[in-house]
Design a protein around this ligand. Structure first.
Ligand SMILES: [Zn+2]
Length: 82
């Protein structure tokens, strides 16, 4: 089950960029589960493969959390403090 999902996520990320929200919704799991999967995937994929995970974005002001540790889902926006 987990392995199947990780393989699917990997395939999806090769197609285009996905946000954590989209992936979580697609697999009907929590974002925490997706983050965990992404960490496993990142460790197992060969280096040249680029995972197109969309940077988290603030829902209020649209600020992009580019400098955040890769797969975190930030709760607070540094710009508008939302
Ligand atoms: Zn913001």
């Amino acid at each position: 089950m987990e392995l199947t999902r990780r393989r699917e996520i990997m395939a999806m990320l090769r197609e285009r960029e996905w946000t954590l929200d989209e992936l979580a919704r697609n697999f009907v799991v929590s974002k925490k589960v997706i983050i965990n999967d992404l960490e496993h995937i990142a460790r197992s994929v060969p280096r040249p493969t680029r995972l197109q995970i969309h940077p988290p974005t603030c829902e209020s002001c649209g600020f992009r959390f580019k400098d955040r540790a890769k797969f975190n889902d930030p709760s607070r926006c540094p710009r508008c403090k939302n």
